[in-house]
Each structure stands twice: as structure tokens, then as C-alpha cells.
Write a protein of this length. Structure first.
Length: 576
């Protein structure tokens, strides 16, 4: 009796391509396909979970095989309203996730393009046109876990999969907090807070906001200067959330009526840690907590990447090369003043120079620089630190901020007696900085002879590579500050952010930030004006006569060169 050979299984095109690419052997492919079918698991999901095929490699081949665009969801911010357009069982069944919508089109992230029913089913439930984008299975799995938070009011799954993080406390501090931790520790809360800290670091956020309101609780991150909502935990957990953060910051858990300040040192790895500056403030519906990330490793202390125009960079370098005098940097909180000053200190930081800094807080650790933490509670003020520095044979002194006449007076005397002094003030532009010092009570003659350079600065979001041409009318461009001959140049072109974004900017249209500067060295005429009682308007006019760009002019140059958009510039610099 003749034996019949079983019919040869015809492998799907995706698997054949994986074999052809050398990513999978045929016998392993057959075995994997059978096991995936027996467990009712899509082949891609099963192969990635069992680590048979790399998630990124299979995604690339699947995109080519099925003709679906491949999208990186690393920085996608989930929107609760979008996710909840589908039920949780439907998300789990199809392993699909709505990630954004445009008009009546819903974009659906999937890792298995062979699922032919998902589009029809989602279209039926949402009454929208559905388009698939292909994503890596590993990344989709993580995002689906986060999406589950929106369906779980008990919060039992919040932060699932995030192990407890280690705080960089001393042994003594750990013992002091042990009792309080035992009372507050709630595993889901701990994991959720840890997850928020780690997510903020991955996204490059500068601040985290934990905000309780009457009917909802919101967590927002500030990324590239813009706040965005990242999570909405149940409002009933706001007190536990605040208590957990207070324990980590070594604050008084029982005190909810007055603001408190603390810090968290988070160990990311064996040789790297990140500091968080924590501030609590009682509000109508609970305590709002804001955490500032102080990641010294993220600071780019390279003058070539900060956004100075060539002539501005040279003026700064020339001022740093002088043996004494004062360099002042001004701007609002979060405008990059510290990085600009530290860049200068980093240039001066050589073995033959003694550098001391007084800061509140010390944000960036610089080897070879003597850094002092100012603490008003213990009496260590900027003025006291400065007095101590002057007895320690300094060459360069950095004062975090000139807040009062005493600090300003000591700093000016130091600059006049053979020391280089760098500091900051909070004013709108460079000319106002000088009149602000006079308002503090400092003598015009002392200011005129001590100050060498004043720099005002802002940070604008940088346009992503997916930027689009801006068709703003000619007359409006001239009103915005461009010159008529510039606009009429056939090569003149400006850009705006792409509202749909791309993989790199995660639909924001912007990625990173660029500095806008007013770099004003003090000329002899400016010094004469200061001693004669000239005001900020007089100094600004003189700076303009000397060819010094103000912040608006510098910003328009950045727009013209394609670094940022006119809309973004108008959000950070006034038109007048």
C-alpha cells in the first residue's frame, strides 16, 4: 500500500521574507507558526514574545511586505479620549491602539498587518475612516499596558512592570525615613510615581506637574518648554500620590497647609543619578507638586550648539578672555541662563585657574570647579558665599543670581579688583539689566566700570525636519519685523511646524530647542550714558546704533534661517 506524503505547508509571504533575509530558519519558522496557531496568537506577537525574531527587524520586513508605513511610537502621548473610543476587550483582541486622529480619520497602531478584520471592526465602532500604521510589537505592548490605566479605576495596574527605583540616600537618611515609608508604601502608587519619573527622563522633560482638581487628577510634563498631559489617575488617589512623593523627598507627610521644598536623588544606574527639585503647594482641592529635573548629563556645554550667531559667539568668547570684569546673563526662568553661564565656566575651567560658584541649587556638577549650595535656612546666602570666595584666592566667581544690593555690591567689587564674575538677573532684555542694578541701589559708576557684557536670551522650540513652508502674506511679514528687501528676495523662505508631525517629533512639529540671544558688550558710549543717568530706552537705542541685534531681530534671523517658526517666536518674544 502506497504511503501518501503530507501536503507541504505553504508559508505566508512575511515568513518567507524573514527566511530569505536570514532572520529565521525554515524549520524554526514552521515550528513557530504551528505553536502560534495552537495558542491562537498572531505569528508576529508569538515570535517576538518568545524572542525568536527581533521586534524591530520583523516590523521593517512586515512594513515592506504589506506596504504599510512603519511608525516609531517611542514618544507617543496617549490621549484618554482616543483610547476610550474602543473598548478594552477590543484593544486586547486586536492588539490595536488609536494614537491620533485628523478630521474624520483615525490612525490605528498595529503590529500584525495580517489582521484583516481590525479595520472594519474599528470603523464600525468609531464611525470613522481608519488607517493602519505599523509599529514594533515590543513598543506596542508597553503602550497597551499604559492604555489599560484608562480602564482601571481601581488603579491596580498603574505602573505595572516598573520595578521600584533606588533613591540615592545615605544610610542615615534611609533609617530616618523607614517608619514613614512603611505607613505610606502602596505598591500601585509606588510603581506609578516611579513610572512617571522614568517616563519624564526618557522624554527629556524639564518639569513634572502633579495636579489635583475637583473632579480629576492630572499629570503633565514640560517638554521643550511646553506642558503636555501624560496621565489622568483617579482623583481619589491624590493624597496617596502626594504622600509618596513627600516620602521620597524627605518632607513632612502630615503637613498639608504650607508649601514645602525638598529633593529626590534618583539612581538610574551604577554610575549615574539624577536630581529632582520638589516643590509642594496647597491648592483648593489638594497639594500640587512640581518636580524640576536637574540632569547634569543632559546639559550640552558646547558653545557651538547653543544657537549663538558667529559674531555673538565671538563677543562672548572675547569677554571670557578678559582677566576681570562682569558678565551678566538675563532672562526668565527656564530660558537656559544656567547652561550659558556654565558653558563659559567650562571654557575657563583649566588647571591654572581657581573657579568658585555659589548656586541655588547646584544644577550641573563640574569637576574642577568649587561649587557651593546656597541655603537661606542655614544662613549660607549668596553674599556670605561671595565674601568667603574672596578670601580663597579666586580667579573666576559664578554667582547664581544677583538678588539684592549686598550681593550685587560684593560682585561688582570683585569684578573691579581683578576677578572674572559671572551672574544672572531676571529682566526682559540686556539694557534693562543695567537699569535694574541701579534700581537695586548700586552706583552707576561702579556698574559702568565693572560690567563688560550683558546677554539676554530666550529658548524657542526648534522646527522638526518635517517642517512645512509658511505662506504668511508679505505685508504681515513686514509687520512682524522683516525688512521689505528681505521679503522681496526670491530666495526668502520661512517655515512653520507640521501639525501632523512625523515619527521623529511624535506629531508635535517641533523637536528640541534653540537659543535666541541679545549679546551686548558695553561700549565707551554706553558706559558714559550709564554714569549720566541714561535709562533702558536710551541704552537700547545706542545698542541698535552699534549694530547689536535685540531679541526680536535675533529671533527673526532664526526664523529666516529655518530654525524656528514665526508663531513660535511670537510666543516667547514681543513684537515691539
Amino acid at each position: 500500500m502506497a504511503t501518501t506524503t503530507p501536503p507541504k505547508i505553504i508559508l505566508p509571504g512575511l515568513i518567507r521574507k524573514l527566511i530569505a533575509a536570514g532572520l529565521l530558519k525554515e524549520d524554526i519558522a514552521m515550528e513557530t507558526l504551528e505553536k502560534a496557531k495552537s495558542t491562537s496568537t498572531p505569528f508576529i506577537v508569538y515570535a517576538v514574545r518568545q524572542k525568536i525574531v527581533n521586534s524591530a527587524e520583523i516590523a521593517k520586513i512586515a512594513a515592506d511586505e504589506f506596504g504599510i508605513p512603519l511608525f516609531d511610537i517611542d514618544h507617543v502621548e496617549l490621549e484618554q479620549s482616543l483610547v476610550k473610543m474602543l473598548s478594552e476587550p477590543l484593544l486586547k483582541k486586536h492588539r490595536a491602539l488609536p494614537i491620533w486622529k485628523r478630521g474624520n480619520r483615525l490612525f490605528l497602531a498595529i503590529s500584525d498587518p495580517s489582521n484583516v478584520t481590525v479595520v472594519d471592526e474599528v470603523r464600525f465602532h468609531t464611525k470613522m475612516n481608519v488607517e493602519m500604521v505599523l509599529v514594533e510589537e515590543e513598543k506596542l505592548a508597553k503602550l497597551l499596558e499604559r492604555a489599560a490605566e484608562f480602564f482601571d479605576d481601581s488603579m491596580k495596574n498603574l505602573g505595572e512592570g516598573i520595578d521600584d527605583i533606588e533613591l540615592g540616600d545615605t544610610e542615615e537618611e534611609k533609617k530616618e525615613d523607614e517608619g514613614a515609608k512603611n505607613d505610606i508604601e502602596d505598591a500601585p502608587i509606588v510603581k506609578f510615581v516611579n513610572k512617571m519619573l522614568l517616563d519624564a527622563i526618557k522624554l527629556g522633560a524639564s518639569d513634572l506637574h502633579f495636579e489635583p482638581y475637583e473632579k480629576f487628577y492630572r499629570v503633565r510634563f514640560r517638554v521643550d518648554g511646553v506642558l503636555r498631559s501624560v496621565s489622568n489617575p483617579p482623583i481619589g488617589l491624590s493624597r496617596k500620590m502626594a504622600a509618596r512623593i513627600k516620602v521620597m523627598s524627605r518632607l513632612d507627610v502630615s503637613e498639608r497647609r504650607v508649601p514645602q521644598d525638598g529633593r529626590i536623588k534618583l539612581k538610574i544606574s551604577h554610575d549615574k543619578s539624577i536630581d529632582f527639585r520638589v516643590s509642594t503647594c496647597p491648592t483648593l482641592f489638594g497639594e500640587k507638586i512640581v518636580m524640576r529635573i536637574l540632569d547634569s548629563s543632559a546639559a550640552k556645554l558646547n558653545i557651538d550648539v547653543l544657537g549663538y550667531e558667529p559674531e555673538q559667539k565671538q563677543i562672548y568668547l572675547d569677554a571670557l578672555a578678559k582677566p576681570y570684569g562682569m558678565i551678566l546673563v538675563t532672562g526668565p526662568t527656564g530660558s537656559g541662563k544656567t547652561v550659558s553661564l556654565y558653558t563659559g565656566v567650562n571654557i575657563l575651567n583649566t588647571e591654572d585657574i581657581n573657579i568658585s560658584t555659589a548656586e541655588d541649587p547646584v544644577e550641573i556638577n563640574l569637576p574642577g570647579v568649587n561649587q557651593v549650595q546656597v541655603d537661606e535656612k542655614t544662613g549660607m546666602t549668596f553674599a556670605k558665599a561671595l565674601k568667603a570666595f574672596l578670601r580663597q584666592d579666586p580667579d573666576v566667581i559664578l554667582v547664581g543670581e544677583i538678588r539684592d544690593m549686598e550681593t550685587g555690591g560684593i560682585a561688582i567689587k570683585a569684578a573691579q579688583t581683578g576677578h572674572m564674575v559671572l551672574s544672572t538677573l531676571h529682566t526682559n532684555d540686556a539694557p534693562q539689566t543695567l537699569t535694574r542694578m541701579i534700581d537695586m541701589g548700586l552706583q552707576p559708576f561702579a556698574i559702568a566700570t565693572a560690567v563688560n557684557l550683558v546677554m539676554a536670551q530666550r529658548l524657542c522650540r526648534r522646527l522638526c525636519t518635517c517642517k512645512l513652508p509658511d505662506d504668511t502674506p508679505r505685508d504681515l511679514l513686514i509687520q512682524e519685523g522683516f525688512k521689505a528687501e528681505e521679503v522681496d528676495d526670491p530666495n526668502f523662505k520661512i517655515f512653520k511646524g507640521n501639525p501632523d508631525g512625523c515619527e521623529r517629533c511624535a506629531t508635535l512639529g517641533y523637536k528640541g530647542r534653540v537659543g535666541i540671544y541679545q549679546v551686548m558688550p558695553l561700549s565707551d558710549e554706553m558706559r558714559r550714558m550709564i554714569m549720566q543717568g541714561g535709562n533702558a530706552i536710551d541704552l537700547a537705542d545706542q545698542a541698535r546704533k552699534e549694530g547689536i541685534n535685540d531679541l526680536r531681530m535675533s529671533g527673526l534671523l532664526k526664523v529666516k534661517n529655518g530654525f524656528t517658526s514665526l508663531d513660535e517666536l511670537n510666543t516667547v518674544v514681543n513684537k515691539d
